[in-house]
Design a protein around this ligand. Structure first.
Ligand SMILES: [Zn+2]
Length: 250
C-alpha cells in the first residue's frame, strides 16, 4: 500500500470502478459510495450519491460494460442527500424500482418518492442474490443495514453494509430525532453480532475502499474479504459515539 503521505488531498481522490469480489462492484467516488451487484438478471444498486455523483455512477456502469437499464433496483441506505440525491434521475434513466427504510421515507421525499419501503426482516431477491435487511436506526431513524451472500470460484462469503455510521447527527443540536444516540448504540451492538466477511463501506473511509483500490495487489487476491474489518469498524463507531457524548457533556 502507498504511504499515507503520498495520497492526494481528499477532494482530489478518485476511485476507478472495480470488482470487489464475486458479483459486487464499486462504482462511486471517494466521498460518496455506490455499489452494484450483478445478479445475472440485472443489477441491484446501493446508493447513488448526490446529483454531481450521477456522472460518476453512469461512467462507472459504462466502464464495467453495463447500461443504465441493467439496474432493476436502487437501495438507499438512508435519506441524506449524499446517498440519495441522484436516485430520482437514476431511476428515470434505468426504470429501476427504488427502496428506502420506512422511517426515512418522508424525509427522502425531497429527493425521490420511494417505490418500496424496507422494514425489519424484509428481503429482496433478484437473480442469484437475496438481500436481507435489518433496521439500524441512529444516524437517521430509517437507516437500514443489509446482508447477502457472494460467490467467487466456489467460495461463498457473506457481504454486509452498515447503512449509516456517521456520528455527525449524534451531536447535541444535530439530532435526526430524539433517542438517536441510544438507538445508534443498540444498532452497532446488534451489527457486532453479525458475521460479515465482505464489508461494503457506506462511505469509502469505512473500509479503506480508496486505499485498497490504489494498489490491489498489496492486499492479496481477495483484498476485501476480511472478517476483522467489519468488527474493527463497528468498535470504532462505538468509540466515536462515546467521544461525542463526552464532548457534549463537558
Ligand atoms: Zn448520512
Amino acid at each position: 500500500m502507498r504511504e499515507r503521505r503520498d495520497l492526494p488531498p481528499k477532494s482530489e481522490r478518485k476511485i476507478e470502478p472495480f470488482k470487489m469480489f464475486g458479483n459486487v462492484y464499486f462504482i462511486g467516488s471517494y466521498a460518496e459510495s455506490s455499489h452494484v451487484i450483478d445478479t445475472g438478471e440485472g443489477l441491484i444498486m446501493i446508493d447513488t450519491g448526490s446529483t454531481p455523483n450521477l456522472a460518476v455512477v453512469l461512467s462507472g456502469l459504462e466502464k464495467l460494460g453495463f447500461v443504465p437499464s441493467d439496474v432493476k433496483y436502487i437501495i438507499n441506505s438512508h435519506w441524506h442527500h449524499d446517498h440519495t440525491e441522484a436516485t430520482r434521475a437514476m431511476a428515470e434513466l434505468s426504470g429501476a424500482k427504488t427502496l428506502i427504510g420506512r422511517e426515512d421515507y418522508e424525509k427522502a421525499k425531497r429527493f425521490f418518492d420511494a417505490d418500496i419501503l424496507i422494514s425489519e426482516g424484509d428481503t429482496l431477491t433478484l437473480g442469484n442474490t437475496t438481500i436481507s435487511f435489518i433496521e439500524t436506526p441512529g444516524h437517521t431513524k430509517g437507516t437500514i443495514s443489509l446482508f447477502f451472500n457472494v460467490e467467487e470460484d466456489g467460495r461463498v462469503v457473506r457481504a454486509g453494509m452498515f447503512g449509516g455510521a456517521g456520528v455527525n447527527t449524534l451531536h447535541q443540536g444535530e439530532f435526526d430525532y430524539e433517542g438517536c444516540r441510544e438507538d445508534y448504540r443498540k444498532s452497532v451492538n446488534r451489527l457486532l453480532g453479525e458475521k460479515v466477511e465482505l464489508f461494503l463501506g457506506n462511505h469509502s473511509w469505512n473500509n479503506h475502499t480508496y486505499e485498497k483500490s490504489l494498489d490491489l495487489s498489496e492486499y492479496g487476491e481477495n483484498y476485501f474479504v476480511d472478517p476483522e474489518s467489519w468488527t474493527r469498524f463497528l468498535k470504532s463507531c462505538l468509540n466515536k459515539l462515546d467521544e461525542t457524548i463526552a464532548k457534549d457533556t463537558i
